[in-house]
Design a binder for this molecule. Structure first.
Ligand code: HEM
Ligand code: MG
Length: 220
């Protein structure tokens, strides 16, 4: 199977993005992680792996270029701090604390602790987690930067978790999909996931970001 999951070998690179890393581990993108990625390669991979519409990927690539990411970037070039990579990521450390590109197990555990019903990450759980983690960064990282654009990106990434892995309508995401996606950077096919039946468009992401930003955080 060409799209079999294989973890990276020594010398192969990965990025701060669990989505692109998973596509790479399944061979939708070159497995070495060092090959420069063209817009066509990214659009095709995100379509085949996630059923992301080209309008969404083109928007991300436009934003990436504006934020100083080189054309035909490698996965490693996405690590440039304060280009797309930003503080207060859910599962990666701020640059100030350590490596911003690889999963941090303490942060992942904290993220999963927001699954309040024990089975699925609800939209409210995500709002609470995002809110708490922004506050954590503001309180603990003396060098933190969170511009309007960076808030927007962070909420956009959170939207991806719901729109690509959640049940259409409730947008609840099974915990059993999140664990392989983040820990192994593997698409959770064995756990019963399939890409969304309908292509995920830019407009849906914008709407989802507005929803997340307008919901008050709840709980302790
Ligand atoms: C985070 C790039 C597509 C899911 C990131 C980050 C970058 C990035 C640079 C790091 C931001 C940070 O947290 O500091 C890209 C590019 C894409 C793309 C260039 C397309 C061309 C996707 C797709 C998914 C995805 C299709 C699908 C699930 C995520 C998630 C995060 C993230 C969930 C947040 C991780 C966290 O907060 O710990 N992306 N991404 N991305 N990306 Fe992507
Ligand atoms: Mg980050």
């Amino acid at each position: 199977n060409v799209n079999k999951w294989l973890p990276p070998l020594p010398g192969q690179s990965r990025s701060p993005c669990p989505g692109l890393n998973s596509l790479t581990n399944h061979g939708y993108l070159p497995r070495d992680g060092n090959t420069p990625l063209t817009p066509d390669m990214l659009i095709t991979a995100c379509k085949n792996g996630f059923n992301a519409d080209a309008d969404l990927i083109n928007f991300i690539l436009g934003a990436a270029a504006n934020l100083g990411i080189p054309q035909n970037f490698t996965l490693g070039q996405l690590n440039i701090h304060n280009a797309i990579e930003h503080d207060a990521s859910l599962t990666r450390q701020d640059c100030y604390f350590g490596e911003c590109f690889k999963l941090n197990i303490k942060q992942f555990t904290n993220f999963m602790s927001h699954v309040s019903n024990g089975r699925t990450l609800t939209v409210q759980d995500m709002v609470n987690c995002r809110h708490n983690h922004f506050n954590y960064t503001i309180a603990n990282n003396p060098t933190y930067l969170l511009t309007g654009m960076q808030y927007f990106l962070a909420y956009g990434e959170s939207s991806f978790i719901h729109l690509f892995f959640g049940a259409s309508g409730t947008w609840e995401v099974p915990a059993e999909f999140l664990i392989p996606f983040f820990l192994e950077e593997r698409l959770p096919f064995f756990e019963g996931w399939n890409p969304p039946a309908d292509p995920v468009h830019l407009s849906q992401v914008f709407n989802f970001i507005s929803t997340l930003q307008s919901m008050p955080a709840t709980g302790p």
